[in-house]
Structure formats: C-alpha cells, structure tokens
Design a protein around this ligand. Structure first.
Ligand code: 2P0
Length: 319
C-alpha cells in the first residue's frame, strides 16, 4: 500500500534502553550492522520526545535540542539531517526538529538510542508513512545502532541479520514482563571526556586479539538471558548480564590505544556491589561506554541498595 497522508506536525516518544547483552562491534559501519545480537530492557519514563514540523519556503532544516538551537556545524545537526534524508519525498522537504531528552547526558544513559528512535517515529509520522515496527527499527538503526532497540518497550532483542543491505537487522520485543525488576542508576561526578562508541567499537574490532572470542560469548549470553527472562531467574539474569558487560570491557581494555571507560569511582562502586553480594544481597552491575554503573536488582532489596548507595536513582522497568 503506497498511499500516505503527510501532515504538518507529528510528535513521538521513545525510551532509552540498557543492554543486558551488549552491541559492541560492527560488520558494516555505514549501515550500523552489528557483529552480534544484543538484548536490552527499556526504561519506561526516560527518553526522548521529538516533534517534527514541516517547514514552508525554508532551504535548510532547523534543529533544536533541549530548547536550544543546534548550529549547522554541530555533528548532531549533521547526523539529524542525514537521518531526515531517508524520509524526504522531494528536494523541497524541509523540517524543524524539536527534540527533548528528559535524562541528563551526565547520567550516562545513551540518549542517541532514544533520540534516533523518536526522530524516526516522528518523521515517518509527519510524512504519513504507515510503517510497522520492523521498518521503524531498521530506519532507526541507520541513525544509531542501539536506536533500533528503542523502537519497542520492555525486553528487546536486536537480531543482527545476515543480509548485506541490512533489511533483516532489526529489533523485536520479547513478550515477557518482570514487574519486580529494578535498574539503579549511579551518576558519577568528574567523568572524563570519553571516546565515542562509534570510534571505540572500530578500535576494538581492529586492534583487540580478544575480540575474536566476543561474538560466540554474546550469542551464548543471549540464549541464557532469554531463558532467565522466561524463568524469571534473577540470579541467572544478573550473572549473565554482569559477565557480558565485563567481557565487553575486557575487549576494550585490550585495544590499542587502551580504551578504559572506568573511573576510580566506577571501580569503587563495583567493589561495593561485590561486597553486597557477599553479604547476601542479590545485586548485579552493568556498564556501557562511560564511567557510570547501573545496578540490577529486584524490589525486595531496594532498601539494602539505598543504604549503600544513597544517591541511586531507582527505575521500575515494568508496570
Ligand atoms: C549497547 N552501546 O548495546 C552498547 C554497549 C555502548 C556500549 O550501543 O555507532 O550509540 O550509533 O551504532 O548505538 C552505543 O552505541 O553506536 C551502544 P552507533 P551506539 O547499548
């Protein structure tokens, strides 16, 4: 069905997601095709709201991020324009983008995932394209790999696919929910400027001998995580997610030049988490391409977690 009904304004929302099995390494950088499948969980109330407004008589797109204009020289502006190019029907199509994240960048929750997912939904909406979840996920992926997972709520698996054109590389939601599951976000201060994921992944794939072990590890971890979710086996979920994150970081550290996203405070948090576990509190950690640590636990131990980490922001992952 090729019928579409363009409108003047369309608004969309997408959540950020945290991977329990990480996306790390591309087989195609232009299309953001990953080496391995990944599995994430969405943060229901944290993410990006994006409004796309059709412009009349403008020669360029206009972009506002968190109510501030973004200059054409900014890398973010250029990534947004490149993404809009996927949706333009003729050369006259120009848009104003208003995108707002309700999460501080410093929290280390990747806003590029929710940002490109929301931009994809909103632009498809303003153009009147009637796209299903798979098509939205593929388009979001071209903007930023992890954005393909932010098209859906809850547990989401990104299937790496096999096709060279990427038409089978998209995410799909799992049916299970886990009402007691919690994510604790610990925002560290004084974080050093990091190497972006894009550059970091390329460096890891090119320079780390350990990387050859990663794809099989990730595939095994995904299968275990899916089973842990079906069985609601928290220990198996936590062990597998933490081990997966540490394995990803091991490949980064073994890169050259070394890629160490950890700060001294990150290590201090890890040691507290491991001590908590020794003391009988089931809590596990995961980390992404930054110094912040995210905790995984279930609702009954929330008070014990807060005693050790008074600044933790606790997110309920399912209704
Ligand atoms: C993840 N990360 O699975 C992994 C774990 C960071 C560490 O997905 O180049 O911003 O836009 O495809 O999606 C961050 O990578 O990279 C990421 P691009 P993206 O969440």
């Amino acid at each position: 069905d090729c019928e579409y009904r363009p409108v003047d304004v369309f608004e969309a929302w997408a959540p950020v997601n945290i991977a329990l099995c990480k996306y790390w390494g591309k087989r195609d950088a232009a299309l953001n095709l990953p080496v391995n499948d990944s599995l994430s969980v969405a943060l229901p109330d944290k993410g990006t709201r994006t409004r796309v407004t059709r412009l009349q008589g403008e020669s360029k797109d206009i972009v506002f991020l968190n109510d501030q204009p973004v200059s054409e020289a900014d890398g973010f502006y250029q990534k947004v324009v490149a993404h809009l190019n996927l949706f333009r029907l003729d050369r006259g199509d120009r848009f104003r983008i208003d995108t707002v994240n309700n999460i501080a960048t410093a929290a280390g929750l990747a806003s590029s995932a929710s940002g490109f997912a929301a931009l994809t939904r909103a632009t498809a909406g303003v153009q009147g394209f009637n796209l299903d979840g798979k098509a939205l996920s593929i388009l979001a992926r071209v903007g930023s790999g992890s954005a393909c997972r932010s098209v859906f709520d809850g547990f989401v698996r990104w299937h790496k696919g096999e096709a060279v054109d990427g038409m089978d590389s998209c995410a799909a939601p799992l049916s299970q929910v886990w009402p007691g599951l919690r994510l604790g976000v610990l925002t560290l201060t004084g974080a050093a400027k990091k190497v972006g994921s894009r550059e970091g992944m390329a460096r890891t794939v090119e320079t780390t001998p350990l990387y050859s072990a990663w794809p099989a590890q990730a595939e095994a971890d995904i299968a275990i995580l899916e089973q842990a979710i079906v069985d609601r086996d928290f220990e198996l979920l936590g062990v597998t997610a933490e081990h997966n994150a540490m394995t990803m970081h091991a490949t980064m550290i073994a890169s050259w030049p070394p890629l160490l996203y950890w700060e001294p405070e990150s290590v201090a948090v890890m040691q507290k988490v491991w001590q908590l576990r020794k003391d009988g509190v089931p809590v596990y950690l995961t980390m992404d391409a930054g110094p912040n640590v995210k905790l995984l636990f279930e609702s009954p131990v929330e008070d014990s977690i807060r005693q050790v980490f008074p600044d933790v922001e606790v997110v309920k992952l399912f209704p």
